[in-house]
Design a protein around this ligand. Structure first.
Ligand code: SAH
Length: 397
């Protein structure tokens, strides 16, 4: 028998947990001292000790762990994990059968029933992300599930929590055979170079797949495109393949230059024909205004929070001002792709920022497209914060 610690939930939180809210919030717990060891199984009960749900203790910035079942008798064991992963794999059957797309999310945390754990697929390789020491305690269950359920070239992992320097991460290799990096995967027939053996980011954010396809297929032809916060430039590659006359990628990180060149090259695009600029986006905006540079399309995909030498940027506070800068250098009837992964505000609020930015700029606009997470990034209605991605295509009039 697993020992299950009892966690008492404050009365005002009981209803939402009964309705399936999955995150164990620090504020919801009466006896926080009962949480002693990451990975321990906990039983949530109300003030009358009635069972509410069962989960694990694992500290993330979001909360203190995740509820895994509302069934008191269900055991959190190998077969529990294998069952959830099996179901998640079945849901992605079409993606597994696709020859055009070989990179996607296989398991999306609480959206697939286990908060704190994601698994991505990259052309034969599986990449596990552990978001707390607590979920890492279930390492054997997850690895054995993959061994039992899928054939793979290799498995890699990343610990996305503070390991306090305790474990020295080498390249994150777990099982199978080591990959040759860059590993070339496909997304809607476009090549993307990924590195499973480097830091937290592998070279592409898989949640933007539908956005990239839309830019390529419906918006890029004959257009000049400015891609800000461009990272490895994958939006630029899609725009160029869609017939953009020229792309300009701007990112502060030195690594972005070579990484972006690489993404263009593996798609047969001469990097000399594209602009790749290593600079602070806010500096670049000033330069563009001074030089009267205008673009048909401006892509904005900033991190939700970033600190650079000169300023801090927080999407919730500063997105409106970012938009105002973009409006200045977007041609009339041009498109601004406004994207954010800020989980602390919703689409309604995001559209409010957009409206304010255009009003304050005295410019009319219309909304052309809206995106949230693609279906492989499964979410549940009881946890709206899990559906963090918001992308709006705005036409400037
Ligand atoms: N749009 C990218 C992902 C962006 S990730 C894509 O779809 O792949 C965020 C990027 O913003 C990082 O590469 C980081 O280096 C960059 N960044 C953060 N602050 C910046 C700033 N002030 N100016 C330019 N780039 C910045």
């Amino acid at each position: 028998m697993q020992t299950e610690s009892i966690v008492k939930v404050k009365s005002k939180f009981v209803k939402s947990y009964q309705a399936g809210f999955p995150l164990i919030l620090k504020d919801a717990i009466l006896n926080i001292e009962s949480l002693t060891k990451e990975g321990m199984i906990v039983q949530l009960v109300d003030e009358k000790s009635q069972f509410i749900g069962k989960g694990y203790y694992g500290k993330q910035n979001k909360g203190y762990g995740w509820i895994l079942t509302q069934n008191k008798k269900e055991k959190i064991d190998q077969s529990f994990f294998e069952g959830k992963i099996k179901k998640a794999l079945a849901k992605r059957k079409d993606l597994f059968n696709s020859t055009q797309t070989t990179a996607f999310r296989v398991f999306n945390a609480e959206g697939d029933g286990i908060g704190g754990l994601t698994i991505d697929y990259f052309n034969g390789y599986y990449l596990i992300n552990w978001y707390s020491e607590g979920i890492f305690a279930f390492y054997d269950y997850v690895i054995d599930s993959l061994r039992n359920l899928v054939e793979y070239e290799g498995i890699y992992q990343k610990k996305r929590y503070d390991t306090g320097g305790k474990y020295i991460e080498e390249d994150g290799f777990v099982d199978g055979k080591r990959g040759q990096f860059p590993l070339i995967v496909k997304e809607n027939d476009v090549n993307i170079a990924v590195y499973l053996n480097e830091g937290a980011m592998v070279g592409v954010f898989l949640d933007q797949r539908d956005v990239r396809k839309t830019i390529r297929d419906q918006y890029a032809k004959g257009k000049t495109v400015l891609n800000t916060f461009s990272y490895t430039g994958v939006f630029s590659v899609f725009a160029a393949l869609g017939g953009a006359t020229k792309t300009t990628s701007v990112d502060l990180a030195n690594r972005s230059l070579d990484k972006t060149k690489e993404q263009f090259s593996i798609n047969g695009i001469d990097t000399e024909t594209q602009d790749i600029i290593v600079e602070d986006v806010f500096q670049y905006f000033k330069y563009a205004v001074r030089k009267k540079k205008m673009f048909d399309m401006v892509i904005l995909d900033p991190p939700s929070f970033a600190r650079s030498k000169k300023r801090t940027f927080s999407a919730a506070k500063d997105y409106k001002d970012l938009l105002k800068e973009a409006i200045l250098i977007t041609e009339k009837e041009g498109i601004i792709v406004a994207s954010t992964n800020g989980a602390n505000f919703d689409m309604k609020k995001f559209k409010g920022f957009i409206d304010q930015a255009f009003k304050e700029s005295n410019v009319k606009y219309s909304i052309k497209e809206e995106f949230s997470l693609p279906s492989d990034f499964a979410t549940i209605k009881q946890y709206k914060e899990g559906n963090y991605l918001k992308v709006v295509f705005i036409q400037k009039h």
